[in-house]
Write a protein that binds this ligand. Structure first.
Ligand SMILES: [Zn+2]
Length: 300
């Protein structure tokens, strides 16, 4: 049985990660031939994980203006910038890869290393993303699942025989399975499954840097509010990439100012949202996860 290539998109800022160090993807477990083999072959799950790192060091904040003038070109996705947004990946029909708006997209919070106010900030950020997308994102509870890199999208022993919920967790760079560098605020990784060119996001992971004690709870200012980082990472989670426009929350750098979605952010969130109809969600099942070697080149 052939294994579909696991395409992926990846984004990062600042220091270049090692080739292949970002952008884990999924590919199907090998399954034996059987009476439904051709159907299985057609419906083989493949996947990709879009990974994006939001870089903010103290020095980066100071250097924001200079970086605006000469931003790291790292990873900006493939939509015309005239639309004010970019997406990680598009299907063959030209529409963005997105979650199914007709299914509940469950979210769990791992509170172990979370800062004060984390749950309230997550709930507020989810509300804003739901309002802008129409997606049915719901925080359903807490978990002690640790972050992993890459994270398995199917964990029946922990979550039952369904796609795992989206994991939101704070973790410390350097700890096992934590896909963060010391300078990162967070990383978001949606997981897409389905046939090549007809993929659907089914879960994902947002890992936030528990060592960033320079950030504060709430939605006060883009420069230092966890709420801004949560909004930015959740927008990545539902399919958006960076833009080169400091007025948008999907700007390559955190920027500063009021924590509000810009017009391009809103257009992008609408483009991956409920207005475009239901998606067929591939049935949950075991998938192997790997890191595509070409992850950095996909949009680079
Ligand atoms: Zn980002």
């Amino acid at each position: 049985m052939s294994e579909a290539d696991a395409r992926s998109v990846a984004g990062s800022l600042g220091p270049r990660p090692e080739p292949g160090s970002r952008g884990p993807g999924t590919e199907p477990d090998s399954r034996g031939p059987g009476p439904h083999r051709s159907a299985l072959r057609r419906t083989l799950l493949t996947g990709a994980v879009a990974v994006l790192v939001l870089l903010v060091a103290g020095a980066a904040l100071v250097a924001t203006v200079a970086q605006r003038a000469a931003p790291d070109t790292a990873m900006v996705a493939d939509a015309p910038l005239a639309e004010g947004y970019t997406v990680w990946e598009r299907n063959d029909d030209g529409t963005p890869v997105r979650f199914d708006p007709c299914s509940v997209i469950e979210v769990v919070l791992a509170p172990r290393h979370a800062p004060p106010g984390a749950r309230a900030d997550l709930e507020e950020a989810l509300t804003r993303i739901v309002d802008a997308t129409g997606l049915d994102l719901r925080l359903i509870g807490s978990t002690d699942e640790p972050p992993s890199d890459p994270r398995l999208p199917y964990q029946p022993e922990r979550y039952g025989e369904r796609w795992a919920p989206v994991l939101v967790t704070w973790a410390r760079p350097g700890d096992p399975g934590v896909p963060l560098r010391v300078i990162d605020r967070g990383v978001a990784s949606p997981v897409a499954v389905g046939p090549e060119g007809d993929r659907t996001y089914v879960t994902g992971q947002v890992v936030l840097n528990a060592d960033r004690d320079d950030l504060r709870p709430g939605f006060g200012d883009r420069s230092d509010a966890w709420g801004a980082t949560l909004l930015h990472e959740l927008a990545h989670l539902v399919g958006l990439g960076h833009v080169d426009d400091p007025t948008e929350l999907m700007y390559t750098f955190p920027g500063d100012g009021e924590v509000v979605l810009g017009p391009g952010d809103r257009a992008g969130l609408a483009a991956v949202g409920a207005d475009h109809g239901c998606r067929d969600v591939p049935p949950a099942g075991p998938v192997a996860v790997r890191r595509p070697a070409e992850a950095r080149d996909h949009h680079g």
